[in-house]
Each structure stands twice: as C-alpha cells, then as structure tokens.
Design a protein around this ligand. Sequence first.
Ligand SMILES: [Ca+2]
Ligand SMILES: [Ca+2]
Ligand SMILES: [Ca+2]
Ligand SMILES: [Ca+2]
Length: 346
Amino acid sequence: MKKIRGIFWVVASALLATYGAPAAAQAVGEVEPNYDSALADPMSVAQPLTIGSDGTVTVNGDLESNGVDVFSFSAHAGATSCTGDQVTAEIVSSRSDLTGDIIDTFLAIHSPAPEYKALSWNDDKDAGAGNYNAYISKYCIQQDGVYYVIVTGAQNRVADGGASVVDGGNRDRGSYTLVISGVSPTVASEPPPTSGTGSTPEPSVMQISIEIKPWPGTVMARINPNAKGDIPVALLSAQGFNALEIDESSLTFGHSGDEQSLTKCLKRGYDVNRDGRPDKICHFDNRASKFEVTDDKGIVKGTIAGKSFEGNGMLKVIPEKRRRHHHSDRRHDRDDDHDRDRRGRR
Ligand SMILES: [Ca+2]
Ligand SMILES: [Ca+2]
Ligand SMILES: [Ca+2]
Ligand SMILES: [Ca+2]
C-alpha cells in the first residue's frame, strides 16, 4: 500500500511539473548539526522543514552512533479536537552501517519550545514481522506551533525539556528515510521555523537566485541592448524566500540593478528549476534595462515583506551591429511565443 502511494506521488508530481504547477512533494537531505548537546538548548539547532503542498516532506538522513536527529516544522490545530493537522511520522526505510540490516529506529514528536515535551512516540512498526522501523500514526495537533520530530536509535530518546538524552545503549548507525505527512503545507508568508539561539543574524540584503530568459535549453541568455521588447526573468524561490510574495512594484532590473524597467509579472508561479517551489516570472523592458556590451550579468533588486533582496543572472550581450541579424529577430519571437504559451495555461 505504501509503495503504491509512493508511486502515485512520483507520477503526480511529474505531471504537475510538466504543467508548471508547484510540485507536491518535498524531499530534503538531513543537515547536521540538528541537535547540539553542548548548547543550553540543544533543540535550538533543529533542522527546519518545508512541508510540500501535499502536506508531506521526505528527509533522507543518517543516524550517527548514539545520534539524535531533530527536525522542526509548523503545524496547525483545528477549531475542535482533531480537526487540524494529524501528523504521521514514519521511517520508511533504514539500513545499518554495521550489519546491513535495518536500524532499530525510535521516533518521537515533541511539543514547541521551551517545554519540548514528548507527545507521541514509537519504537517499532511491527516487531513481530521483523520491522523495527518506527511509526507514529496521526498525532492530533491541539495548538498551533513549531513541533519537533526526533529520530534516535531505540531505546535512546530525548527527555522532556530537550536538554538531555536517555541512553538506552543503542549504538546503531546508518541511513534512513523519514516521511512526515498530514501537516499543513508551509505557506508563503510563514518564515521557516527557527528558534532563538541557533539562528544567525540575517544580512540586510537577502541574496536570491534568478534566471534570465529561463526557457528550457537556454544555457546563457543573450541580450541585444537595442532590441525592442521584454526580457523575462525568473526569480527562484528558496527556503525562506517565496518569490510569489515579492512586492512587484519594488522590482528593478538591468545593468546596475537600479533600472526602472519592469513591464509586468505573471500572476501565477512556475517551477522553472523543478525544485518543487513555484518561481516568479517577471518581464523587464530590454532598452530600459540599459545593458552595456561589457556586461556579463543582469542584476535584479526588490523587496519582500519590507526586506531587500538582490540577485544576479548570467547573460551575454550581443554587439550592437548584429541587432538586425535574422537570428536576433527569431529569438525575440520565440520569447513572445513562450510568454503566450505560459499565460495560455492559466
Ligand atoms: Ca544525523
Ligand atoms: Ca544529529
Ligand atoms: Ca525501532
Ligand atoms: Ca523553483
């Protein structure tokens, strides 16, 4: 049953990607450290997770000997008991470095800081059948907040309060795949969950990634500074930056990044780089972008929720004398066609 569902999501997300809608599934690699016993609050460095539009996230992790892996996510309660998020956490596969057999994993869901109280936990999904992967089914979230899923080797576990680990003597180590489901998708306006001491101060200007003329097969955008028409630019979403939430009127783009060249932005998002996050496509007037022959990049600047961001994209400026060249005209037409295609799919 699990397998059929997995295949469904792969197919579904592939189809969605084909049609430009946000891919449903989120999959991430584990990032260490995510529990640091040297800190007064070891849980503060938990790895924040972005929940996909299907309410799930898959984490590919590695359990170190005596390890503790902690992941955080925002979850939401309903108006009445058990009508909000019902969190399922499951180790769907694991493999021990020592024996090649599965690791005996243990899972727990802990409450928001600073209590970090264990709310639900499990050792084995089906020990009788030799399945020692941990499985927590449909834990009802009673209160909005940042929750924690903790992976340990059974019978090790994190004590209530988060500051200490009860050592059950397990020294297994190896890889595992953790799937968390039943959680509200991470929404655009919601910052990724972080907690106090583990976060570093953010720089005043956020650096983002962009793609100039982001069409398939385009290795590097070519710009003719004198051509009429628009330059499409994709602003790529990332963790902590939902490009669909930018303040469109703040956008400037071109040679220095300060050019007032915006003509329009497409309303809906397209996942240009196929990372599961819809990206923002905006168009800028070619001439107003004021590119010079020596430019090798275009700069976009703007704000999101009152904060500044900036991104650079590679490009190549075609010498002016070639501006009437047949190829330039064709290329221009092609961009228009793409634009029409994409808008036509709304
Ligand atoms: Ca780990
Ligand atoms: Ca860890
Ligand atoms: Ca187990
Ligand atoms: Ca994307």
